[in-house]
Write a protein that binds this ligand. Sequence first.
Ligand SMILES: O=C(O)C1=C[C@@H](OP(=O)(O)O)[C@@H](O)[C@H](O)C1
Ligand SMILES: C=C(OP(=O)(O)O)C(=O)O
Length: 419
Amino acid sequence: MDLTVEKSGNLEGAVKAPPSKSYTHRAVIIAALAEGVSEIRDPLIAEDTLSSLNACRAFGVRVDEGDAWTVHGSGGELETPDDVIYLGNSGTTLRLMTSVAGLAENYTVLTGDESLRKRPMQPLLDALRPLGVEALSSRMNGLPPIIVRGGLRGGSTSIRGDVSSQFISSILIAAPLTDGVELMVEGDFISRPYVDMTVDVMERFSVPVDYSEGIFRVEPAVYRGLDYTVEGDYSSASYLAGAVAAAGGDVLIENLFRDSRQGDRIILEIISDMGAEVRRGEDHVRIASTGELSGVSVNLHDAPDLLPTVAVLGALATGRTEIGGVEHARYKETDRISTCAAELRRLGVDVTELPDGMIIEGGASGGTVWSHGDHRLAMAFTLIGLREGITIRDAEVFSVSFPDFPERMMQIGCRMNLS
Ligand SMILES: O=C(O)C1=C[C@@H](OP(=O)(O)O)[C@@H](O)[C@H](O)C1
Ligand SMILES: C=C(OP(=O)(O)O)C(=O)O
């Protein structure tokens, strides 16, 4: 479907940030491994997080869906899935469930859509072997479909930290249900705040994690079921905040917590450095802007999902924007450095691709772009539409992470239409 965005000025009102995707994944998966019943309140109900819910069900875990998700914890006693598990577009589910599958008997097969079948897995497969799990790529090319043979018993292993932090989160989540795990992270450790979020949820469900000198240690332990409320999502909110920064106006965004561990909260500093006025409260943020932005230099090493948002804001700014430290943005739903650069060029923007980022000379015109099937591109490019008018092809993919994206954008005055 096409999303057409018209020039929209002076955004105003209040809007609630949708629930966090990363926290919803972790909460439902850890609740599925816990002893006792958990209530997951305000879960993100979107394609990616439903992939995690359905994957838990495939291992025999009962989850009742209502306003909250009621998860009847398995205590780690998982059934062997009776079919291959299809995970759609969700890299987080693929990575997190690979180690979980090591807790079930016999074989589990994990696969997904065309994009998911290009997401790197080999470092995780190699790291699981010393822990007792035989895990293979069916095509022997390091990519899904992934076949996991149960037998996770624990021990010591190591993993490179520069491809995906999801590998580390994966091993940590399954670790308490083994004889204990020591996990050494080698080299650069990207996207670290996501591992902090994993540890945060593990601790909320009563399992401690020790980290010192590059080594995570998890002792055998029991996750205890819990009443857990999911906080708002800073990555999704980057489009709401970015919309105000780009189009101008004064908007209150609710459900964004000041003490959040989400690395993507730095979007607020970035738009402030670009010229927007940002006032934070305990559980909300107020953004005011004239719509005039200036270029910035940012390192997205810890916040890779902000790349499309910052790239389009840079294209609307005066002067040069430099994005660095984020080679791992190339291993997402698409190679986002290359797909963002290609679509910005269609709008007349002067872009230089770097191995780990891009340089953008501000000055975008309106036009038509393609999402490449990537939810974050579909949402980010709407910000250019607010100033210049735009049509985004294959835009319906926003439902991967933010199903009511158009409604929440229209609520603050963005003019857009999906057809
Ligand atoms: O663990 C998570 O919830 C995520 C980790 C990040 O991936 P990488 O660690 O692969 O950078 C991020 O890009 C993704 O959207 C969500
Ligand atoms: C990379 C993303 O998610 P995942 O890794 O779960 O596919 C994303 O949401 O931008």
